[in-house]
Design a protein around this ligand. Structure first.
Ligand code: BT5
Length: 246
């Protein structure tokens, strides 16, 4: 049974569902408010990048959650949404994307979707935005893919949203307890294709290459390099290949 009453607000066009919902959240909107748009004129990625999609062919949505979560486990809030979207796709059409640290849904090394999670105030709320390519593989040259190109099935954005929210209703209570968060962490580790890969971590202070070996309880990725273990808390990574041994 769902733990939250979802309140879905649909838009033919909006600048960004995240921008809209963050404003609503600041004005006191309750947990469970969801914004979905057919088109975003200023869709946002992380680090001031943009998220692109023509009208009606992608899931473009943001979800307001208000769990009380320790600072170091905030990453589990967006993980709960990513895992819910992943399971929703499997239930809808059999496709099982994997998750790439920190915030992507991928099929092989092709990007199917991404998440943009924003904290409201001091942690009173989380606006978790997700874009999933359903019938269009993303702009040229970025290595994207879509559900239709992968398995020949056209899914409607609203159908995907409804199933995702059903899945999220089941996971949301897990955020409320230490045991529940441990369970979510386990599910995340199982879905994270990054673990066991040789990765290049790109950060403003330079890049490092090594094998991604563990996801710590605080969301830190441990990368084993020839110089020893590096704790990676933020940054973009490139999967280079599967490591021979872990
Ligand atoms: C993300 O950022 O992957 C987070 C995307 C979140 C989008 C959702 S849509 C609903 C909600 N409202 C918003 O305004 N945003 C959220 P990042 O990891 O920074 O990836 C962005 C990069 O992915 C861009 O710089 C492009 O290279 C590439 N990209 C842009 N559009 C894409 C697409 N449709 N498919 C694949 N790659 C894309």
């Amino acid at each position: 049974m769902d733990s939250i009453l979802w309140q879905i607000r649909e838009f033919a066009e909006i600048d960004s569902t995240n921008t809209y919902l963050a404003q609503e959240a600041q004005s006191g909107a309750p947990e469970g408010v969801v914004a979905r748009a057919d088109f975003q004129s200023a869709g946002r990625g992380r680090l001031d990048r943009s998220w692109e999609a023509p009208r009606g062919v992608s899931l473009l949505t943001s979800i307001l959650l208000r769990p009380v979560v320790p600072l170091e486990q905030r990453f589990l809030v967006s993980a709960a949404v990513a895992l819910s979207a992943r399971t929703a796709l499997t239930r809808l059409c059999g496709l099982q994307p994997e998750l790439k640290w920190p915030n992507d849904l991928v099929v092989g090394d092709r990007k199917l979707g991404g998440l943009l999670s924003e904290v409201v105030g001091d942690g009173e709320g989380y606006v978790v935005g997700i874009g999933v390519n359903l019938q269009w593989p993303g702009p040229e040259g970025v290595g994207g893919t879509c559900v239709r190109d992968e398995i020949g099935v056209s899914i409607e954005p609203r159908a995907m949203l409804d199933i995702t929210l059903g899945e999220l209703g089941r996971r949301r209570p897990l955020l409320d307890s230490e045991d529940g968060r441990a369970e979510l962490h386990q599910e995340l580790v199982g879905a994270l294709v990054t673990l066991g890969q040789v990765v290049r971590v790109e950060r403003s202070q330079g890049s490092i290459t090594g094998t991604a070996v563990t996801l710590e309880r605080d969301g830190t990725l441990i990368v084993a390099t020839t110089e020893g273990n590096e704790a990676v808390r933020y940054g973009d990574i490139v999967h280079l290949r599967r490591a021979e041994t872990l």
